[in-house]
Ligand binder design. Structure first.
Ligand SMILES: C[S@@+](CC[C@H](N)C(=O)[O-])C[C@H]1O[C@@H](n2cnc3c(N)ncnc32)[C@H](O)[C@@H]1O
Length: 250
């Protein structure tokens, strides 16, 4: 059987942000391995497929990943169209390379279908361009999270060098992020937006880098993306002015 494993981007959550190609593959799939963050409404687009949840939570690393790799390879022996559905874009913070390398090493064809990553959904929700003429010409995608046994990350230097930063998997470490960046030289007044559930009626908290821990504490447990940089200044000041007006009206 000429099977193929498709690594498909599930996007940030809204069903209508899936690509047409993703929708077609889900409809044709015989089996779908999906992450924890992929909503039920998206899985419903694969009515014929067996659904297998393989969501990894942080802290469970190589064994779980090896197990997923093997299950994908086994599925390719039994099914023609195997979909590995990942949140956002599969090639950003999704451990896709391990799956691609393993499958190719076992002679299994792999194709990647890109998806809308959380940073783009979050900036769309805010209506703020991550690059702006004369203000921001670079965007860094970073995470402070490193797996057990991995080398230290250079995320702090990367954020310091970029005009705009999108920080993934950082909400639980908001205090450490704020302290590390301020210590590294990023101004404490750098505008920050914390976006929870981007594309799904997002909740947004806006403020400064120094306020990041309080901003993150306002959110309620959904996936959270942190954006920071001067591009957010107008969005942050407008929110602060609105807050001040509400205070005066009371
Ligand atoms: C394991 S990473 C996967 C990122 C994914 N591959 C992407 O391109 O968006 C999971 C992190 O992405 C971010 N994320 C994913 N979906 C999100 C959403 N709808 N709103 C805000 N952040 C989101 C959060 O930082 C979350 O902890």
């Amino acid at each position: 059987m000429s099977a193929k494993v498709y690594l498909v981007g599930g996007g940030p959550g809204a069903v209508d942000l899936l690509t047409v190609r993703a929708v077609r593959l889900l409809a044709e799939a015989e089996i779908v391995f999906h992450d924890a963050l992929v909503p039920q409404a998206i899985l419903a687009l694969a009515p014929r497929a067996e659904k297998v949840a393989v969501g990894k939570r942080s802290g469970r690393h190589s064994t779980a990943q090896h197990f997923i790799n093997k299950r994908l390879a086994d599925a390719a022996q039994q099914h023609r169209i195997v979909v590995r559905l990942k949140g956002g874009d599969p090639l950003l913070f999704g451990r896709a390379q391990e799956e691609i390398d393993y499958l190719r090493a076992h002679g299994i064809a792999v194709e990647v279908v890109p998806g809308v990553t959380a940073a783009f959904a979050a900036s769309a929700d805010l209506g703020v361009s991550l690059t702006q003429r004369g203000l921001a010409r670079s965007v860094a995608f970073v995470t402070p999270r490193v797996g057990a046994g991995e080398a230290d990350s250079t995320w702090v230097q990367t954020v310091l060098a970029a005009d705009t930063a999108a920080i993934y998997m950082g909400a639980g470490e908001a205090l450490a992020i704020s302290q590390a960046l301020i210590k590294g030289g990023k101004p404490a007044a750098t505008p920050v937006a914390v976006i929870e559930n981007a594309s799904l009626g997002a909740a947004v908290a806006r403020g400064t880098l120094a306020e990041l821990p309080q901003l993150a504490a306002q959110l309620s447990g959904g996936p959270v993306l942190i954006l920071l940089g001067e591009v957010l200044r107008n969005a942050v000041s407008a929110a602060q002015r609105a807050k001040a007006r509400r205070r005066l009206a009371r």
